[in-house]
Design a protein around this ligand. Structure first.
Ligand SMILES: *Cc1c(COP(=O)(O)O)cnc(C)c1O
Length: 355
């Protein structure tokens, strides 16, 4: 049976990226396999260069920015950001679990001001009216809240350096990178497998703190060494590069955005037209990447039953995070529209049988 992979991360990748990686594991081109060559070899350097070039091209990254591929996941960035940017005070937008984890780390380095939070309604929206603390060293946002399914889909203006965790919506839309000092994320949501972290950093935003920074945690180390100060996650970077090639082959991030609007629109319409299901996020904050919904109150006792029904129809990974409950369908770039349609068909069928 066809499986429809709605996992939130690690998640579905373009088939062609997986196939090309499988081939490269045996032979990268020079007769040796991708896992077995030196990261300093000409063949791997070409992989790294292409990955960086594609990242810059697809996001139209201006001069003065560097693209890094590091280890440690987005979670290591939670501490690397304040290590490198916080002199005394930082401002954070609290929009979910990941945002909370990020600001928890920042508190180890100084004062943290939460400029706005959506905790009052279990993070079902992204706050809109807030004033960014003018005297903070940076303002940190999480553009897509993977767990709660809310998204800030505009590049806001910030009077202080803007730093964004874009783990789960990078490459899902065009981004005005010039508005950010730094953008980071784990690759495993939309651009690759787990194990590689992307960082887009404006070079002249660095070097403004007094503290000593451990070598591995200093962005300047990795800029200086082209992401090869230590051994980079070579296989993961290769998959990321193949994924970006696929994005480019389809027309780039604006085409991804069109596809994502279409896919998410189909599913949100189905939820809104349903008598059984209901969305959990305010309409103006809905994510194009993670679509969260639950059973309406009077059908709550059917929640588990629908899960089984959907699983039997080939749906994978639609269980909502424990902090929201219900269902979450992640509709990342690589998820085909056919899978979205299959889920909708499954919901409609269940509803017609059980209403
Ligand atoms: C998954 C996720 C993270 C954590 O990423 P790791 O690479 O596992 O550390 C951080 N932020 C967001 C928004 C995420 O979705």
């Amino acid at each position: 049976m066809t499986k429809h992979n709605f996992n939130a991360g690690p998640c579905i990748l373009p088939r062609i990226a997986v196939e090309n990686t499988a081939k490269a594991l045996f032979d990268l081109g020079g007769g040796l396999g991708l896992m077995e060559i030196s990261h300093r070899s000409k063949d791997f350097q070409a992989v790294m260069d292409e990955a960086v070039a594609l990242f810059k091209e697809l996001l139209n990254i201006p001069e003065g920015y560097q693209v890094l591929f590091l280890g440690g996941g987005a979670s290591t960035q939670f501490c690397m950001v304040p290590f490198n940017y916080m002199q005394k005070k930082a401002a954070y937008l609290e929009t979910g679990v990941w945002a909370k984890k990020a600001l928890k780390e920042a508190k180890l380095f100084g004062e943290v001001e939460v400029v706005a939070s959506s905790a009052d309604r279990n993070f079902c929206y992204v706050p809109k009216d807030f004033t960014i603390t003018g005297d903070a060293d940076y303002f940190h946002i999480t553009t897509n809240n993977t767990i709660y399914g809310s998204e800030l889909r505009v590049d806001i203006d910030s009077p202080i350096p803007l730093i964004a965790d874009m783990s789960s919506d990078i490459m899902s839309r065009p981004v005005d990178v010039s508005k950010y000092a730094l953008i980071y994320g784990g690759a495993q949501k939309n651009v690759g497998p787990a194990g590689v972290t992307f960082v887009i950093v404006k070079e002249d935003s660095l070097g403004k703190v007094d503290r000593k920074i451990p070598t591995m945690l200093d962005y300047r180390t990795h800029i200086g060494e082209g992401s090869m100060f230590n051994t980079p996650p070579c296989v993961n970077i290769f998959v990321l590069k193949e994924t970006l090639k696929w994005v480019k082959s389809l027309g780039g991030v604006s085409v991804m955005e069109e596809m994502n609007i279409k896919k998410a629109g189909l599913l949100y319409d189905a939820i809104d037209n349903s008598k059984m299901f209901v969305g959990t996020v305010d309409k103006d904050s809905r994510s194009l990447m993670n679509i969260c919904f639950v059973m309406q109150e009077q059908f709550k006792d059917k929640e588990e039953d629908f899960m089984k029904f959907a699983q039997a129809a080939g749906m994978v990974g639609i269980k909502g995070h424990r902090s929201v409950g219900g269902y979450r369908a992640s509709t990342y770039n690589a998820l085909p529209i056919e899978s979205v349609q299959a889920l909708i068909d499954c919901m409609n069928e269940y509803e017609s049988k059980n209403l």
